[in-house]
Write a protein that binds this ligand. Structure first.
Ligand SMILES: [Mg+2]
Length: 268
């Protein structure tokens, strides 16, 4: 893709490693939101985390000094519920393997929570997973329920450790049923396509901004939008240089990106 920064009118933004790290906003995060407002650009925060609701995410951002309305936050839970609404009739029975963020998203779309008799199983990270939950989901799928996964992340980073993520739970259900889930979160294009729809954005005027090649950058690449990697999180410049779906732009951090962007717009 030979996109110009000046042509980008909409930005899909990953959170962890991009606008914050741990409990701290990263340098340039506050300026990023000013920049987007100042230029009347569309944006969404797109996260694979399905355990928290958009409200909880917005509250967390506020505690870091980042004011982002709930309506600008798309979690893989709300994206999965929105996807389900495109394939399932209203009031369909759904078995949920997941936490509050996912349960709320499914209920808010008017679906009925169900057990083995569910017509759809939506699974994501569940830190209170039990054999009973795996059994119910697996039996529903064996009975013909459609299997949807919030996000494919096999692990996620904790302070000093690597913990099993949603992908590990999906793998357990897949092993028990021989059915592969339809996955909604990055790097699957479903969540990106949904973001474009929510923003009323054209693909050629939209970029995905993230810190991880195999989710953010690959997701944007697959959905046919421009991609921007910042080096404040997981992936390095060396990894990006040999990645088969290379980002269109790589910046050390948000301040470097904003400087280049303003320059591209002829502002400095
Ligand atoms: Mg990230």
């Amino acid at each position: 893709m030979t996109a110009q920064l000046s042509a980008i009118r909409n930005l899909l933004i990953d959170m962890d490693g991009v606008i914050y790290r741990g409990k701290m906003a990263l340098p340039g995060a506050v300026d990023l939101f000013h920049f987007l407002q100042e230029h009347e650009m569309g944006y969404l925060l797109v996260t694979n985390n399905a355990t928290r609701s958009p409200r909880q995410v917005a509250d967390q951002l506020t505690s870091m000094g980042l004011d982002v309305p709930e309506s600008r936050i798309l979690t893989s839970a709300t994206a999965s519920a929105a996807y389900l609404a495109t394939i399932a009739p209203a009031g369909a029975k759904v078995n949920v393997v997941g936490e509050r963020g996912l349960v709320e998203a499914i209920e808010q779309r008017g679906f009925m929570l169900a057990g083995r008799d569910a017509e759809y199983v939506v699974a994501g990270l569940d830190k209170t997973i039990t054999y009973e939950k795996l059994l119910t989901a697996s039996l529903a799928i064996r009975d013909g329920a459609t299997f949807i996964g919030t996000n494919p992340d096999k692990t996620y980073p904790m302070e000093n450790d690597i913990a099993p993520g949603a992908g590990s739970i999906l793998a357990a259900i897949e092993a028990a049923t021989d059915v592969q889930p339809i996955v909604v979160g990055k790097p699957e294009p479903l969540v990106i396509e949904q973001s474009l729809q929510m923003l009323g954005a054209k693909a050629e005027e939209t970029a995905m901004l993230g810190d991880r090649l195999e989710t953010d950058i690959l997701g944007g690449y697959r959905a046919g939008i421009a991609t921007i990697l910042v080096l404040t999180g997981i992936s390095t410049a060396e990894e990006a240089a040999v990645y088969p779906a290379p980002p269109d732009w790589i910046f050390d951090d948000l301040p470097a990106m904003l400087r280049a962007w303003r320059e591209a717009l002829g502002e400095r």
